[in-house]
Design a protein around this ligand. Structure first.
Ligand code: FAD
Length: 458
């Protein structure tokens, strides 16, 4: 807890209505969506960039740690003040400043919720392509910091592919503009790209200029059922190898199919080992050639059967299965760790099979959901946190999953970040030299290491 005089100084910067102190109110900011708690000494809600600058000057003078926070949906511990200090919540900087249909851009403050951007763009026939499953609550600042992906990621990429420019306050309290927020546009070191995915360790994003994407006129939604989980993985790899880039390719394994069917009663095949949910979008002329090619890939990879949604109602029913995953799994066990490894697409089948084998070997429940088109697996490890042995086994199995992903030529994280959770595995994924370069960059921005300490870098 900060002493009264420090709290008063903060109140002078942001207004007393924008400062949260006290044991119980602070408790609610001690968590994100990960298993890693960390209590801040104070939470502040700036409403302007100038306030953020003043907060940084104050924190630097007092030697206080600073942790940026959006909606707190981070799954790797990035948004918690694990070493105390000030949490700067961006929730009150939530204006959509300008939307430009001709340039297909939107200028927003960092606390705007992803869904609000989608809602603002839709009347113009546009969308913000990154669509994390948390889009109803997660902020664009958090999406940028984590380089969030989403189910459309196979075709449209992640957040960093749609950021045109940023306004960022760096730990020294200076405002840096990048990309198209600069008045000059000649060659430059692309700081926007570099800041995306840096997990709030280099500065706080206050504004972002984002690219919007036209919503395609036609969409075809398909499902295929498989008797073997690996066949579903091979099918995904083959579809891409055929030159088709679906918008979405999601695999659900048997554990997840059964849990969703018991929960939502959608008529899913509970005896199937895998369900592939796939969507292609474009003009009807493009889709006419893509759909037969996809069906051929289903056939070659031993799909038991497949179906195509006949109308929007049927399409929504198929999506309901995917969206019900978290709720359905919550009925099986009280706690869940969602992992986020990525493997090359040609290793997807092996990775899916090996994760299933781990579940059997350790006698635990792992439900597998994969943004398969990107090779991004989300094994959901279910357990009861009140039983210490169960928590221990889960930690051990996570360890094995990370090592297996790296052995398959993959990475530790596709979209949930390194945060606190995976920092100890960084030396397994990156060479000493690479880590040393990352640390030098961090040092250039934050020489005192007061900015979101303990995250991302070992
Ligand atoms: C149910 C659920 C589903 C999810 N689905 C997806 C998914 O499909 N795809 C995906 O990629 N992720 C997903 N996530 C993870 C999470 O939603 C994303 O990482 C999201 O981008 C975090 O946004 P946030 O506003 O909640 O940020 P927070 O959790 O508050 O913060 C995340 C990180 O960003 C930093 N940060 C926040 N705001 C700023 C800022 N303005 N400037 C600099 N740094 C900042 C924080 O310090 C922290 O390190 C999911 C999470 C949940 C709980």
């Amino acid at each position: 807890m900060l002493n009264k005089s420090l709290v008063n100084s903060l109140k002078q910067i942001v207004g007393s209505e924008n400062v949260v102190t006290g044991r119980i109110p602070l408790f609610t900011y001690s968590y994100d969506a990960s298993q890693f708690p960390g209590r801040p000494d104070v939470v502040v809600f700036p409403t302007t960039t100038e306030m953020v600058c003043a907060l940084f000057h104050f924190a630097a003078e007092q030697g206080l740690n600073v942790t940026p926070r959006g909606a707190g949906t981070c799954l790797s511990g990035g948004a918690v003040a694990s070493e105390g200090g000030i949490v700067i919540s961006m929730n009150k900087m939530n204006r959509i400043i300008d939307i430009n249909q001709v340039n297909r851009t939107v200028l927003v403050e960092a606390g705007v919720i992803n869904k609000s951007i989608q809602a603002a763009a839709e009347p113009f026939g546009l969308m913000f392509a990154p669509d994390p499953a948390s889009l109803n609550v997660s902020t664009i600042g958090g999406n940028i910091a984590e380089n969030a992906g989403g189910i459309r990621g196979v075709k449209y990429g992640c957040t960093k592919d749609h950021v045109l420019g940023l306004e960022v306050v760096i730990p020294s309290g200076e405002v840096v503009k990048t990309g198209q927020l600069l008045s000059i546009s000649e060659s430059q070191i692309d700081l926007s790209y570099f800041l995306c995915g840096s997990e709030g360790t280099l500065g706080i994003v206050t504004k972002a200029l984002l690219a919007l994407t036209p919503i395609n006129p036609e969409v075809v939604t398909m499902t295929a059922v498989f008797n073997d989980l690996g066949d579903a993985g091979d099918c995904v790899a083959e579809i891409i190898a055929r030159g088709v880039t679906p918008t979405t390719m999601e695999i659900m394994d048997n554990t997840l199919i059964k849990a969703v069917e018991d929960y939502a009663k959608l008529g899913l095949p509970k005896d199937a080992e895998a369900l592939l949910l796939l969507e292609v979008d474009g003009f009807s002329s493009e889709l006419e050639s893509q759909v037969p090619s996809i069906i051929e890939a289903f056939r070659k990879n031993r799909a038991k059967n497949y179906s195509i949604a006949g109308n929007e109602q049927e399409r929504q029913a198929l999506w309901k299965a995917r969206r019900s995953a978290n709720g359905a799994l919550g009925k099986l066990k009280p706690s869940m760790v969602v992992q986020d490894v990525v493997v090359p697409r040609d290793r997807l089948a092996a990775m899916l099979r090996n994760v299933s084998a781990l579940a059997k070997r350790y006698g635990i429940i792992i439900a597998q959901l994969a943004h398969a088109g990107d090779g991004n697996l989300h094994p959901h490890l279910l357990y009861d946190h009140r039983v210490p042995q169960e928590a221990e086994v889960i930690e051990h199995v996570c360890d094995e999953i990370f090592k297996e992903a790296l052995a398959q030529g993959g990475t530790l994280s596709g979209e949930h970040g390194i945060g606190l959770e995976k920092v100890k595995y960084m030396p397994l994924a990156f060479s000493q030299e690479s880590i040393s370069y990352m640390k030098q960059l961090k040092h250039a921005f934050d020489p005192e290491s007061h900015f979101n300490p303990g995250k991302l870098l070992p």
